[in-house]
Design a protein around this ligand. Sequence first.
Ligand SMILES: NC(=O)CC[C@H](N)C(=O)O
Length: 258
Amino acid sequence: MKPKTLIIRTAGTNCDLELSHAFQLAGAETETHHLNDLIENPDQIARFDIIGFPGGFSYGDDVAAGRILANRLKHQLLEPLQDAVKRGVPMIGICNGFQVLVKLGLLPDPHAAVQTVTLADNTNPRFLDRWVGQEVDSQTKCIWTQGLTSFELPIAHGEGRFVTENDNIIAQLKANKQVAIRYPQNDNPNGSVDNIAGICDPTGLILGLMPHPERYIDATNHPQWTRQSEEVKSNTPAGLQFFINAVSYVKDRNGATV
Ligand SMILES: NC(=O)CC[C@H](N)C(=O)O
């Protein structure tokens, strides 16, 4: 059976269709649910093997990107989400989804569930929409980035500058191998500390990242695809690999039951 993926959307979410498509290509079944539906029936979260928090402009980025959705989740759905964490459900928060996960406190440590990091305004305070290099930290525990090293993904954000409450937090993230992805040293688009583009929780199951892997699921998504070699074009696109990794993880772990 295919792993069941829950995609959580609300007013202003705009990457849910692409995220669902990426998971389906990777071999998962998907259901997209509105936040209000989940708040009414929180028990249904227990049916899912993977959870995705898509990108977009939830609640119009009012107050700060992801803040309102994070507060609604924190006050109305934290318990079923933490139950999912305890069940070892892989989760991914992309862009606005990453902003939500850190403001909700599911990252960097879902058990503490307090906010210690954030995505602040880009240093050059503009919305950035372009492809950027990505480098996977060779030490990372992240299950989503297994087998990936360096590649490119699109970014599209105004509030993507990763910062931590203090220097201890960054030292802890490094010591626990929670830094998953960085921008190249010479092309940090938003001023993130230590060039960080994505982090995971201490188990490696929950990933949050600013770039959009769901926008690179076919060779033709890449802006240079017509100039790429046949070999590069026939490789699994790096973005799709994230979803394949999570689906394989769940299948391997659950063996014949999923
Ligand atoms: N693509 C996104 O999810 C954008 C996130 C958020 N709206 C920002 O601009 O930072």
